[in-house]
Design a protein. Structure first.
Length: 125
């Protein structure tokens, strides 16, 4: 039987999600890189880019510059067993009427800890 939303797993992934957001808001590129799985199978679909593999994700982060400040709403975290989780959130930015959406798939690797294996960011139309 799969254990959904075990408190210890939710606490771990909630802390990682918050740390990711802090790194994003301070443009800590090294930390942001460390959140992603260093693999050619890692994927990040952004609002205007499709990045396949860790190298492409890291190159994007290095070239992008700071992310505009944002406020999160409707954040949900669901853990599937002790090593898989999905985080979803909506966000807004000051002066921008659009609502953004973000989904991350997290896997806890025995030798690496929690890493984002797939991420998707988009805007409502």
């Amino acid at each position: 039987m799969m254990h959904i939303n075990q408190p210890d797993t939710i606490a771990e992934i909630t802390a990682r999600f918050a740390a990711y957001e802090a790194a994003l808001m301070t443009n800590d590129v090294a930390a942001l890189d460390n959140f992603f799985w260093d693999s050619p199978f890692a994927i990040r679909f952004g609002a205007s880019e499709s990045l396949f593999g860790f190298a492409a994700i890291a190159a994007f982060r290095a070239a992008r510059g700071p992310s505009p400040m944002r406020m999160l709403q409707n954040t949900q975290i669901t853990a599937f067993g002790p090593a898989h989780a999905v985080t979803t959130t909506e966000f807004t930015r000051i002066g921008d009427p659009r609502r953004g959406r973000q989904t991350q798939i997290w896997v806890k690797f025995p030798d690496l800890g929690w890493r984002i294996t797939s991420a998707h960011v988009s805007w409502e139309q």
